[in-house]
Design a protein around this ligand. Structure first.
Ligand SMILES: Cc1ncc(COP(=O)(O)O)c(C=O)c1O
Length: 355
């Protein structure tokens, strides 16, 4: 197979063992002789798989009993609507630290008063808005008391499972799976059950349609959790295998975080050292998942040349976001250290060739 170093922003590289085991399960799930996409989701084997996957989430992120873990279809973008539908009674505050947060806030406005408390949109989300200690990727857990005891909700699509999270500080965390925990098409919601069903004042979508109401999915009986309708079985199965890899092969989220910090530092070190490139995010706002850089001033004419140079050496997915240009290398959990070494080497070789 052709060697490719995959830096895609999501969907992105996934653990090889998760892919291999999912392929096996597509042929034969749980020694039934029937593939995962072909069985009924109401079989005991599948109900156990759902329970085991929830348990992996609980073990890895230390999720307290008063929270439910849901696996729903629709992507994180559906969460932009589902979350305010379930929680926005009067007013919501959004920290607009990226294009996704902007899209999320737009949906919230359909449900009630929505305030953008800080935004770094004026500089394409490359800095921490003043007056807030909120970087583009938050990388820490706020205390609700730091911000007037509000209920905290976070879209962690880009960094879930990359570091330990203090779940107790949140009312709800959600994430599309396709960066660190599996393929696109399933979204994880970690929700404190007692915050649900509290919409009293709202005119619109009150009562909630059945599928939108998280209480439908956070069912009393374990076998019905995330099973009101047919769940995206292949996606959840692959998530199960990906989480098993984090837990058993990597050794948990603390270990995962250490590897991620190391990979990220290697790349930023090269971006800062190399005379050809500069990083776009302010240093204290840097993400350890997504690394954005552009050609250094005076070197802009070499952008296409570097892209071709990198492509020739097997680098995939480093073209920058439309809004920023340049390059973006995503180093999600399953991105091996060898890929980062190859990219660093490629940047060094390019510098030598063009000095
Ligand atoms: C932070 C964040 N939120 C939401 C999304 C959208 O996710 P989906 O395509 O699953 O709707 C993305 C996708 O990259 C993202 O990075």
């Amino acid at each position: 197979m052709k060697q490719a170093f995959n830096f895609n922003a999501g969907p992105c590289v996934l653990p090889k063992q998760a892919i291999e085991n999912t392929v096996k399960a597509l042929y034969d799930f749980d020694n039934t002789g029937i593939g995962i996409a072909e069985i009924s989701h109401r079989t005991p084997g599948w109900e156990k798989l759902m329970a085991d996957t929830r348990q992996l989430w609980r073990d890895l992120l230390n999720i307290p009993a008063e929270y439910e873990v849901l696996f729903l279809g629709g992507g994180a973008s559906t969460g932009f609507m589902d979350v305010p539908a379930n929680l926005l009674n009067k007013k919501a505050a959004y920290l607009q630290t990226g294009v996704w947060a902007k899209k999320a806030a737009k949906e919230a406005k359909l449900f009630g008063e929505t305030v953008i408390v800080a935004s770094s949109e004026d500089k394409t989300y490359t800095y921490i808005p003043k007056g807030w200690t909120v970087p583009t990727e938050i990388r820490k857990d706020f205390n609700a008391s730091e911000i007037n005891n509000v209920m905290l909700v976070a879209d962690m699509s880009s960094d879930i499972m990359s570091r330990p999270v203090d779940v107790k500080k949140y009312g709800l965390i959600y994430a599309g799976a396709q960066k660190n925990v599996g393929p696109a098409g399933v979204t994880v919601y970690i929700v404190k059950k007692d915050i649900l069903g509290k919409i009293t004042d709202r005119q619109y979508m009150n009562p909630l349609p059945t599928m939108v109401d998280f209480r439908t999915h956070a069912a009393e009986e374990a076998k019905n959790i995330s099973m009101f309708n047919t769940p995206p079985v292949i996606n959840i199965y692959m998530m199960y295998e990906t989480l098993k890899w984090v837990k058993e092969t990597v050794g948990g989220v603390e270990a995962m975080n250490k590897i991620n910090v190391k990979k990220s530092a290697m790349l930023y070190e090269e971006i800062d050292r190399n005379s050809m490139f500069i990083g776009t995010a302010e240093k204290d706002s840097r993400s350890i998942m997504n690394h954005c850089f552009v050609m250094a001033p005076g070197r802009e004419d070499l952008q296409d040349a570097f892209m071709a140079f990198a492509k020739e050496r097997g680098m995939v997915g480093i073209k920058g976001h439309r809004s920023v240009g340049g390059f973006r290398a995503s180093l999600y959990n399953a991105c091996p250290i060898e890929a980062v070494e190859a990219l660093v080497q490629c940047m060094q070789d390019f510098e030598k060739a063009n000095k």
